[in-house]
Design a protein. Structure first.
Length: 463
């Protein structure tokens, strides 16, 4: 009788509560990094600086953030996500608040650098949580939720910051944004275990669903069975691989390194949009502060839609293929950057253009985070994720500073053209890496287009 009850007991769905929680956590974290872009025009009135100096201030956070990625990956693998993640979120909130107390540009740079170090473990912790808490067929969707949070923060930031500045001043922006992260870090520590098997909120049925490995191959997805992907698989270079189980193997894999390089260009474009667009709208388009707040949020509203759409397309319609979304984003973003060179001056039309830009740029974002899951074992995945994210954040760190240099010597048309070229380069890099599927296929099935290859032996010269 007891066994029958166990079989008929309804599965819990606590993993989606976890997804909701990491969405809230990273919404706050992304808002903490984005608020400087909106505050910058007001800060520059108090602390005069050139465009290059302003770009350096925007970039220093991402430089520190990038430097923190690989150490965070090793720390999360050794000590578990729960402790590292909660401490990181508290530190992020503290340094956000300290931004409002500084009295010099040097003080701003120190606080932004410290904020980058503090926030570094958060994306590694979330991607590791997704890898541990979700089955293969849901990882893309869960990652889409995470990356939607990356963009939802910037949606909230412009109107909130404009309202705060109108009532108080730019310093109060940072005080206001420091509070939520501390509360969420405490909730995370007491609610989210490192592994679902350790959680009192997960029953046996949900745990069995999470750990079910029978869906780990592309060909088992029903939608994939109903479609002929032979040509697509040949184009995206599908290969059967064995997971990398050592850190050394990760650093020697062109698939990981190529993904990291492609991601660096895409994050660089995102950070330019995040950090410089508010200034562009005020100084070039001559929008009012209220219109700036409205228009600056548009690409991130589109990005939320794009991230979730990209995750669903990858999981449900493309049989967990990750490269198509990544390559589509890179190619489409190339076109959108050219469109921005001769963009309309009407706030509503410009907002619509930025919405489309944010959507197309973000369709492949979730796939960058999920892609290493198909290449590495769960034990070393945090390190794999940190390598990809390090490349992304280094690109993000360099881009705002380089834009400052371009603006001091040229203009915004050259900035948009350079972004278009960078996005096309990322498309070419992505073409060289493999689309991995597990080495062991269920029921002995194998698609004709799949090339058998062990990942640990892969080198660029073989591609």
């Amino acid at each position: 009788m007891k066994n029958n009850n166990q079989h008929t007991e309804r599965s819990t769905r606590f993993r989606w509560i976890v997804a909701g929680l990491f969405f809230l956590v990273y919404t706050v974290a992304s808002a903490d990094r984005a608020n400087l872009g909106v505050a910058l025009p007001f800060i520059r009135k108090e602390f005069p600086m050139t465009n290059a100096e302003a770009g350096a201030l925007l970039s220093i956070f991402l430089l520190a953030y990038a430097l923190a990625q690989i150490p965070s990956g090793f720390a999360s693998s050794r000590f578990g996500v729960r402790r590292i993640f909660s401490f990181s979120m508290i530190a992020t909130s503290v340094f956000t608040g300290l931004m409002g107390t500084v009295n010099s540009v040097i003080g701003l740079k120190i606080c932004r650098f410290a904020l980058g170090i503090a926030e570094g473990p958060l994306p590694i912790g979330i991607t590791a949580t997704i890898n541990n808490w979700f089955p293969a067929k849901e990882k893309g969707t869960a990652t889409g939720i995470f990356l939607a949070a990356v963009k939802f923060g910037p949606v909230l930031v412009p109107p909130l910051c404009v309202a705060i500045v109108a009532v108080w001043g730019w310093r109060e922006i940072f005080y206001f944004f420091a509070i939520p992260g501390i509360l969420l870090s405490i909730i995370w520590y007491f609610v989210v275990a490192n592994q679902p098997s350790e959680s009192k909120f997960v029953n046996a049925q949900e745990l069995a669903h999470i750990t079910d490995e029978s869906h780990n191959t592309i060909i088992l997805t029903e939608n994939a069975k109903q479609r002929n992907f032979k040509r697509l698989d040949k184009f995206i270079r599908v290969a059967e691989v064995e997971p990398i189980t050592s850190s050394k193997g990760l650093f020697g894999s062109w698939n990981i390194i190529g993904c990291s390089l492609g991601y660096s260009f895409q994050v660089g474009i995102s950070m330019i949009m995040l950090s410089w667009i508010p200034t562009y709208l005020i100084t070039v388009k001559n929008f009012s502060i209220m219109n700036m707040g409205f228009v600056a949020a548009a690409p991130w509203v589109g990005a939320i839609f794009g991230n979730i759409l990209g995750g669903i397309l990858s999981d449900r319609f493309l049989g967990k293929r990750r490269k198509p979304g990544m390559m589509l984003s890179a190619l489409a973003t190339t076109g959108m950057m050219y469109a921005l060179v001769n963009s309309p001056n009407d706030p509503a039309l410009y907002a619509a253009l930025l919405f489309a830009t944010g959507t197309l740029l973000s369709i492949g974002y979730s796939s960058y985070m999920v892609y290493p899951m198909g290449l590495s074992s769960k034990k070393v995945f945090p390190v794999a994720s940190s390598i990809v994210n390090t490349g992304g954040q280094l690109g993000g760190a360099a881009a705002p500073f380089l834009v400052g240099l371009l603006l001091d010597s040229y203009g915004w048309s050259q900035v948009f053209i350079c972004m278009a070229a960078a996005s096309f380069i990322s498309f070419l890099i992505l073409f060289t890496i493999k689309e991995p599927i597990p080495a062991t296929l269920v029921e002995g099935e194998q698609e004709p287009s799949v090339e058998k290859e062990k990942l640990s032996n892969f080198a660029p010269s073989k591609g």
